[in-house]
Design a protein around this ligand. Sequence first.
Ligand SMILES: Cc1ncc(COP(=O)(O)O)c(C=O)c1O
Length: 313
Amino acid sequence: MGALRRARHPIEAEWIVWLPGLVSGLNVAARAVGEAQDAVFTATPVYPPFLSAPRHAGRPLLTVPLVKGAQRWEWDFAAAEAALLRQKAKLFLLCHPHNPVGRLWDEAELAQLAKLARRHDLIVCSDEIHNGLILSPLHQHRLFATFAPGLAERTITLMAPSKTFNIPGLGAAFAVIPEAGLRQRFRRAMAGIVPQPNLLGMAALEAAFIACDDWQAALLDYLRGNAARVEAAVAQIPGLSMHPVEATYLAWIDARELAAGHGIDDLSRHFEAHGLGLSDGAAFGMSGFVRLNFGTRRALLDEALRRLAAACG
Ligand SMILES: Cc1ncc(COP(=O)(O)O)c(C=O)c1O
């Protein structure tokens, strides 16, 4: 996992808290940070457990929508600022790179997010599970925590080899928490509930991070080809649009025009009727969109894209 080895600040062994999965980490963070009345802040659309973790922890959820710009999805910093002034939040759940919009937040955006966290005294739980899946050759992943002086002390970084190396079933993930008090609160919230990862998972994690760079490079080449196919296919289909995928193997497809034009009120049911299983945007906090996972073999993807076009005809 290049980003970990390239991290500008070395990670101390004692900062690491082992987890059986990242979703556990999101839920532990929601319980460990702040008091019951403190909101958990995030931006939609987002991976559904970001929206359910605050509820499970009995905390209010505070969201702002990301904005579909002309070239890419973007933060609405003014809206974020206003929301955080309106309601007190203590925890910020950040997805970097972002599932589902496929952005690798750039340096200017990360600097703004770091400022936002400092200004509103937020602890940032940065889910970086997709950090090994950077498709854009122009970009490199950089750990959010390393972005500004003092930021690591207010950051919980969540990582795992499970996405890049397709081993979620082995249940090996971890949190990096440099600040001792925060780490202790996180561990306390886990106590008696969250199991340790298993030995097989740890062996797989070690092998993935140390000995699989060539496999990862080949994977990225393949995924770049898949992303290009999806982007080209979507561009040809009236009623659908998407921005290029910078990272992840997920395409976030805007189907609002299709839905309006064809009177479709349940997009995922519509696509399922055409033999295509897409994730519905509603679960991510943004209706009118669907998420297509293109982390698959090309023949299967080509068939999926054929069905996508047929479902929109
Ligand atoms: C952003 C993000 N976080 C976490 C996970 C899942 O993590 P785990 O399987 O380790 O609980 C996913 C899987 O899709 C994801 O996209």
